[in-house]
Design a binder for this molecule. Sequence first.
Ligand code: DC
Length: 229
Amino acid sequence: MKKKITIAIDGHSACGKSTLARGIADTLEYTFIDSGAMYRGVALYAIRNSCLSKDILDVKRLISLLPELSLNFYKSEEGSCLYMGEENIEDEIRKPHVASIVSKVAVIAEVRKKLVAQQRIMGKDGGIVMDGRDIGSVVFPNAELKFFVTASKVVRSKRRFIELQKKGIKQTIEEVEKNLIERDYIDSTRPESPLTQVADAIVLDNSNMTIDEQLSWALQKVFEIISLK
Ligand code: DC
């Protein structure tokens, strides 16, 4: 049997990283982990535990409450879903009130330390496809295959807008674009594990690709690497 490799997928907000990661994982029968969901989970936890007042995050309080936070992925009918304790929070973490503060939560070193440690345990045996911002640079710097995914701002805003509409979440396309620009800026300029394109990542600009096209393109690279193992 071929060795099960580790595949790291990083890139900008709403560029289809998770869709690609899920597609690759399903094809290879690997584990798929959406690390952004975990940061969103911490943001939801902060909101629910009064760590936020008028958009100001009480970082000290959140750090003091982190040891009690339990986030885990479990399989459900809709696929892999994030749970906070016993509660499936997959829908809640996609809502705008969570998206609007998640980048502020993701800059906190203690938050990153906790989540990165958990992510490394999830990937210790390989056979994993994880997407995020620091997967190829920090979480799995020795991953056998790394992708850096991007797409134009207009395309990303449109895709996220349609996704939110389907879920019945009301936001204008301008609001969606503003949130993406803000998050990209914070994610790329923060001192702690900023979003970077590592030298050994394969770049994928999927602005003009369908979901199937990007999956076939990426799978070609995946099978090339696996055949060498
Ligand atoms: O992938 P996403 O948009 O669901 O991620 C939500 C936020 O979490 C994003 O704005 C940046 C942060 N994030 C991070 O800092 N590191 C990761 N590995 C994944 C996400």
